[in-house]
Design a protein around this ligand. Structure first.
Ligand code: HEM
Length: 492
């Protein structure tokens, strides 16, 4: 309708979703159905993984129901999940309900409708599975805030040292033979793992008893928790049977976990002292440090960094030269040093990282259980939800909502530059909250939010201090992008 498109234009320009609520929204029944128990959820799962794929799974249903809020079964379903039924929220406005902890309970639903066995986390429900109403949540989150604050001055030097070494390796791989390529994801796994240990605890894992096996042990442990959400490209029947229907037996990852635990237990002793002062046992704190470092941080960077390079590779040489110019001139003006203050001045660099986080939020699924009867508002309608119903958000559709972001499906490097650009930041949601808000012990926003944005920017800074431009092949890998670099042009 014409009034609909008027609202749309207003919002695309102002970035204000809430304005619209001056008009009372029609209350509608939530469309969609769960179908036949068991059978329909398997059918939905096959559509989701194989026949339609994630994006189309949701987009076709938005079309079919004429609504960005609808009922559907979410993967993995039986027998992995007790109950696959969710209410999907797929626009920038309705998605917000998932951040309001007065409305939704965030207990045991980090992975969604299933929860990996606590034997994979030392028998504890770690922080990311705790609702803020549980007293331990605040203690652990506070411990992580304290840790991150205490390591602030180490992050930049540590990052530059580990990632300059990654790029040296990449250069030698590319010059080894004509047509040689370099797998960024592989190098990034090894580098990120060591960098995080060094940045958080002052000891790089590869220099301890763990040796160079840390990343492969971490990958295996992550796979045991996340395989219900992935496709590997194996024959469907094998994937369905082994990874999507029953949990992998946790004891098979036990020795890997124990080796990782030993690293944390020995290197994080001062942090464990702090934990005791906050009223946590050393053991519970140590399992949480492992989880925050290996699952949250390493798992997150595994998805984020290839995501950033992917969008840079696709954007091409014009954006590369603009970034190189900005980064080099700011660093030069700061006396040749990469500092927090310098990075803060790099408007385009900051925008590019936000835009990569908007296009490809590294964690795509968010869940919340209705704490009481409530109303969800999309741009067009209001929907009643009953207490106990599971609300699910597929974040890439919320952050590409064209009612908020003009040409929302396109990567636009300078989208967040300038006053108008800044207004859009609140619709960047990768951290499980608005980019304009901060994590607290009362909410469920990512404890590492500032750290993540910083290291994302540092990747771009280090890259364009070294190179004028590059080319890469871009594909998909498990839960993110695969980037294989084919050429690097050194800074002229
Ligand atoms: C929570 C993303 C790095 C610690 C979350 C959530 C997301 C997220 C989406 C909310 C999950 C949910 O409840 O639905 C990411 C990404 C990262 C990253 C994409 C890297 C690229 C880190 C780092 C830390 C961290 C470096 C370091 C401390 C946490 C913790 C929670 C969390 C403790 C749970 C918060 C709570 O229970 O209140 N993260 N994260 N994350 N993240 Fe991060």
């Amino acid at each position: 309708s014409s009034s609909g498109s008027k609202i749309m234009i207003q919002q695309a320009v102002g970035g204000e979703v809430a304005q619209e609520s001056s008009l009372p929204l029609p209350v509608k029944e939530i469309p969609g159905s769960y179908g036949i128990p068991f059978l329909s959820s398997i059918r939905d799962r096959l559509d989701f993984y194989y026949f339609q794929g994630q994006d189309d799974f949701f987009k076709t249903r938005i079309e079919q129901y004429g609504s960005t809020v609808f009922r559907v079964n979410m993967s993995p379903g039986p027998f992995m999940a007790r109950d696959p039924r969710v209410i999907a929220v797929l626009d920038a406005k309705s998605f917000d309900v998932l951040f309001d902890v007065s409305k939704v309970e965030k207990r045991d639903l980090l992975c969604g409708t299933y929860m990996p066995s606590t034997s994979l986390t030392g028998g504890y429900r770690v922080c990311a599975y705790l609702d803020p109403s549980e007293p331990t949540h605040a203690k652990i989150k506070q411990l992580l805030f304290t840790l991150l604050a205490s390591r602030k001055s180490y992050v930049i030097p540590s990052f530059l040292s580990f990632y300059s070494s990654l790029f040296q390796t990449m250069e030698s791989q590319l010059s080894a033979s004509p047509g040689a390529k370099s797998d960024f994801n592989k190098l990034n796994d090894v580098t990120a793992f060591d960098f995080l240990g060094d940045a958080f605890f002052g000891v790089s894992p590869s220099s301890t008893n763990l040796g160079t096996n840390g990343p492969s042990k971490a990958n295996k442990w992550l796979f045991f928790q996340l395989c219900p959400l992935m496709t590997l490209g194996l024959p469907k029947i094998l994937e369905e049977l082994f990874f999507h229907t029953f949990p992998l037996p946790p004891f098979l990852a036990k020795s890997d976990y124990n080796a990782l635990y030993a690293y944390f237990n020995s290197t994080a002793a001062p942090v464990l002292d702090t934990a005791e002062k906050l009223g946590l046992s050393r053991e519970e704190a140590c399992h949480n440090l492992l989880f925050a470092t290996v699952f949250n941080s390493y798992g997150g960077i595994k998805a984020l960094f290839p995501g950033i390079l992917k969008w840079l590779a696709l954007a091409g040489p014009k954006l590369h030269s603009q970034l190189a110019k900005e980064i080099r001139s700011v660093v030069q003006a700061e006396g040749g040093k990469v500092t927090l203050a310098a990075i803060e001045k790099m408007e385009l660099t900051k925008s590019v990282v936000y835009e990569a986080l908007r296009m490809d939020p590294p964690v795509k699924f968010q869940y919340g259980m209705a704490k009481h009867d409530l109303v969800i508002e999309s741009h067009d309608a209001a929907y009643k939800v009953s207490k106990g119903e599971m609300i699910f958000g597929y974040q890439p559709l919320a952050t590409k909502d064209t009612r908020v972001f003009e040409n929302g499906d396109e990567f636009i490097g300078d989208r967040f530059v300038g006053e108008q650009g800044k207004k859009l930041l609140k619709h960047v949601l990768w951290s499980n909250g608005h980019e304009t808000e901060s994590p607290t012990v009362e909410n469920k926003q990512c404890a590492g939010k500032d750290f993540v944005v910083l290291v994302g920017r540092l990747l771009v800074v280090e890259f364009f201090l070294r190179y004028d431009t590059f080319t890469a092949e871009v594909g998909t890998l498990l839960l993110g992008a695969q980037v294989t670099v084919t050429s690097l042009t050194k800074a002229g």
